[in-house]
Ligand binder design. Structure first.
Ligand code: HEC
Ligand code: HEC
Ligand code: HEC
Ligand code: HEC
Ligand code: HEC
Ligand code: HEC
Ligand code: HEC
Ligand code: HEC
Ligand code: HEC
Ligand code: HEC
Length: 318
C-alpha cells in the first residue's frame, strides 16, 4: 500500500512537471540517447552545440533535463537523411526550415508551462498572441544567455522595442543599463494579469515593490499619485529629472488652472487666507521672487507632492 501511494505521488508530481509526459517518454534523454545526434553534431560541428551541457539543460543528473530530442523532436528522417530532411523542430529564426512559432513554443511549454517552472499566463499574453517565440529571447545552446543577465537583458528587448530602448538611454532614467533595475523587475514578459505585462496588477503596485514609501497611507493624498505614477513620471526615462513628463509649473498646470496656479509669482494670486504664518504673511523665504521662481517652481512651497502626513499638510506644503 505504501509503495502504491509512493508510486502515485511520483506519477502525479512528474505529470505536473511535464504536461506532455507521453510525448517525452519516448525520448532517451541520457547522454547515451543524445549520441544519436552528437555523432554528427559534436566537437567538429560548425556551431558550438555541446555547450548545452554547460547550461541548466545539460544537468543530466537531474531527471527532468531534456535530451536533444526533447526540444528538436525524435527527427528519425533527419538522422537517416540529414541532407534533405530537417529535424522535426528547427528553432533557428534564420533557417529556411524554421518551424512555425507555435511548434517551437510547444516544445518548451511541454516542460515549462505548468506549476514548478511556471509560465502560467503565457497563453493569450501580448508576446504569445503576437507570435513571439521563447527562442526569440532565450538562446539555449549558449552558457551565457543575454536575457538572463541583468546587464545585457535590455539589449535583447531592444531588438524589437526601439522606443523604450531609446528612453532608457535618456538623461534621467532607472539604472537599467547598469543592471541594477531590469525590464523584468517591472514586466513579466511571460504574461501577467496586469496591464502592459506589468508584474503587478497596476502601475502603482509595480512601483511600490521598490518605492514602498510612496504607498502611504497619507493623511492627505494627492489624487493623481494614487491614480497612477505615470500621470507625472515616464518609467523608462526622460530628459527632465526625476523621470518627469514635464517640468513644473507646466506639469502642475496641465491639471491646475486657477489664478494662483497660472501665476505663482504674484503673491496676490495666492488663495485667500492662504498664509501659514501667525501674522497672515507669507514666510519671508517664500516671498522673494527668487524663491518662488527657482527651478523648484511650485515645489518650492508644495514640497510633499506625493502626499502628506502633517495635520496642516492639506496643500502639500509640509
Ligand atoms: C548523420 C549526421 C547527422 C545526424 C545523426 C543528425 N544530424 Fe542534424 N544535421 C546534419 C547535417 C549535415 C545538417 C545540415 C543540413 C543542411 O544544412 O542542409 C544538420 C542540421 C541540423 C539542424 C539545423 C537545421 C536547420 O535547417 O537549420 C538541427 C537543429 C539539427 N541538425 C539537429 C539534429 C538533432 C536534434 C539530431 C538528433 C535527433 C540530429 N540533428 C542528427 C547531420 C546530422
Ligand atoms: C532546451 C532545448 C534544446 C535542447 C535540449 C537542444 N537544443 Fe539544439 N537548439 C535549440 C534552439 C532553441 C536552437 C536555435 C539556436 C539557439 O537558440 O541556440 C537550437 C539549434 C540547434 C542546431 C542548429 C545550430 C545551427 O547550425 O544554427 C543544432 C545542430 C542543434 N541545435 C543540435 C542539438 C543537439 C545535438 C542537441 C543535444 C546535444 C540539442 N540541440 C539540444 C534548442 C535545444
Ligand atoms: C524536458 C524538459 C524541458 C524542455 C523540453 C525544455 N526545458 Fe527549459 N528547463 C528544464 C529544466 C529541468 C530546467 C532547470 C530548472 C531548474 O534548475 O530549476 C530548465 C531551465 C530553463 C531555463 C532557465 C535557465 C537558467 O540558466 O536559469 C530556461 C530559460 C529554459 N529552461 C527555457 C527553455 C526553452 C526556451 C525551451 C524550449 C526551447 C526549454 N526550456 C525546453 C526542462 C526543460
Ligand atoms: C520577451 C522575451 C522572453 C520570451 C519571449 C520568453 N522569455 Fe523566458 N525569460 C525572459 C526573461 C527576461 C527571464 C528572466 C526574468 C524572469 O524570470 O522573468 C526569463 C526567464 C525564464 C525562465 C527561468 C526563470 C524561471 O522563472 O524559472 C524560464 C524557464 C523561461 N524563461 C522559459 C520561457 C519559455 C518556456 C518561453 C516561451 C513560452 C519563454 N521563456 C519566453 C524572457 C523571455
Ligand atoms: C522578437 C521581438 C520581441 C522581443 C525580443 C521582445 N518583445 Fe516585447 N513585444 C513584442 C511584440 C510584437 C509585442 C506586442 C505588440 C506591442 O505591443 O508592441 C510585445 C509586447 C510587449 C509588452 C506589452 C506592451 C503592451 O502594449 O501591452 C511589453 C511590456 C514588452 N513587450 C516587454 C518586453 C521586454 C521587457 C522584452 C525583453 C525581455 C521584450 N518585450 C522582448 C515583441 C518583442
Ligand atoms: C520601473 C519600471 C519599468 C521598467 C524598468 C521598464 N518598464 Fe516598461 N513599462 C512600465 C510601465 C509602468 C509601463 C506602462 C506605461 C503606461 O501605462 O503609460 C510600461 C510600458 C511598456 C511597454 C508598452 C509601451 C506602450 O506605450 O504601451 C513596453 C513595450 C515596455 N514597457 C517595454 C519595456 C522594456 C523593453 C524595458 C527594459 C528596457 C522596460 N519596459 C522597463 C514600467 C517599466
Ligand atoms: C526594481 C525596483 C524598482 C521599481 C519596481 C521601480 N523603481 Fe524607481 N527607482 C529604483 C532605483 C534603484 C532608483 C534609483 C535610485 C538612485 O539612483 O538613487 C529609482 C529611481 C526612481 C526615480 C527618481 C529618479 C531620479 O533621477 O532621482 C523615480 C521618479 C522613480 N524611480 C519612479 C518609479 C516609478 C514611477 C516606478 C513604477 C513605474 C518605479 N520607479 C519602479 C528602483 C525601482
Ligand atoms: C503629480 C505628479 C506626480 C505623481 C503622480 C507622482 N510623482 Fe513622483 N515626483 C513628482 C515630482 C514633481 C518629483 C520631484 C520632486 C522634487 O523635486 O522635490 C517627484 C519625485 C519622485 C521621486 C524621487 C524623489 C523622491 O521623492 O524620492 C520618486 C522616487 C518618485 N517621484 C516616485 C513616484 C512614484 C512611485 C509615484 C506613484 C506612486 C509618483 N512618484 C507619482 C511628481 C509626481
Ligand atoms: C494629473 C492631474 C494633476 C497633476 C499633474 C497635478 N495635480 Fe495637484 N491635484 C490634482 C487633483 C485631481 C487634486 C484634488 C483636487 C480636489 O480635491 O479638489 C489635486 C490637489 C492638489 C492640491 C491640493 C488642492 C486642494 O484644494 O486641496 C495641491 C496643492 C496640488 N494639487 C498641487 C499640485 C502641484 C504643485 C502639482 C505639480 C507638481 C500638481 N498638483 C500636479 C490633479 C493634479
Ligand atoms: C510661494 C509659495 C507657493 C508657490 C510657489 C505655489 N503655491 Fe500653491 N499654494 C500656496 C499656498 C500658501 C496655498 C494656500 C494654502 C491654504 O489655502 O491653506 C496654495 C494653494 C494651492 C492650491 C489649492 C488652492 C487652489 O488654488 O486651488 C493649489 C491647487 C496650488 N496651490 C497649486 C499650485 C501650483 C500648480 C503652483 C505652481 C504653478 C503653486 N501652487 C505654487 C503656496 C504656493
Amino acid at each position: 500500500m505504501r509503495k502504491l501511494i509512493w508510486q502515485f505521488l511520483v506519477c502525479a508530481s512528474v505529470s505536473v512537471l511535464f504536461g506532455s509526459l507521453p510525448a517525452l517518454a519516448q525520448v532517451d534523454r541520457s547522454l547515451e540517447g543524445d549520441k544519436k545526434c552528437t555523432v554528427c553534431h559534436g566537437e567538429n560541428w560548425s556551431k558550438p552545440i555541446l555547450t548545452i551541457y554547460q547550461t541548466k539543460h545539460g544537468v543530466k543528473a537531474d531527471g527532468r533535463t531534456p535530451g536533444c530530442q526533447s526540444c528538436h523532436g525524435a527527427s528519425a528522417e533527419h538522422i537517416s537523411d540529414p541532407g534533405s530532411k530537417p529535424p522535426n523542430v528547427v528553432f533557428g529564426a534564420k533557417s529556411k526550415n524554421v518551424s512555425p512559432v507555435a511548434e517551437r513554443n510547444a516544445s518548451c511549454l511541454g516542460c515549462h508551462e505548468s506549476n514548478v517552472l511556471s509560465r502560467s499566463h503565457w497563453s493569450g499574453s501580448q508576446h504569445e498572441s503576437h507570435g513571439v517565440a521563447c527562442t526569440d529571447c532565450h538562446e539555449l545552446h549558449s552558457p551565457k544567455q543575454k536575457v538572463l543577465n541583468p546587464v545585457t537583458q535590455s539589449q535583447v528587448c531592444a531588438t524589437c522595442h526601439k522606443a523604450q530602448d531609446a528612453q532608457i538611454h535618456r538623461f534621467s532614467r532607472h539604472p537599467v543599463l547598469e543592471g541594477k533595475v531590469t525590464c523584468s523587475n517591472c514586466h513579466n514578459v511571460h504574461g501577467s494579469v496586469g496591464p502592459k505585462l506589468l508584474v503587478k496588477e497596476s502601475v502603482n503596485e509595480t512601483c511600490y515593490t521598490c518605492h514602498a514609501e510612496k504607498r502611504g497611507p497619507f493623511l492627505w493624498e494627492h489624487a493623481p499619485v494614487t491614480d497612477s505614477c505615470t500621470n507625472c513620471h515616464m518609467p523608462h526615462g526622460s530628459n527632465l529629472s526625476p523621470l518627469l513628463k514635464m517640468k513644473a509649473p507646466m506639469l502642475c498646470q496641465t491639471c491646475h488652472s486657477g489664478d494662483h496656479a497660472k501665476n505663482m509669482y504674484s503673491a496676490a494670486n495666492l488663495p485667500g487666507g492662504n498664509v501659514t504664518t501667525a501674522n497672515g504673511q507669507l514666510p519671508l523665504g517664500s516671498q522673494s521672487p527668487a524663491a518662488q521662481g527657482n527651478a523648484r517652481s511650485c515645489l518650492a512651497c508644495h514640497s510633499t507632492i506625493h502626499g502628506s502626513n502633517h495635520p496642516a499638510g492639506a496643500k502639500f506644503e509640509r
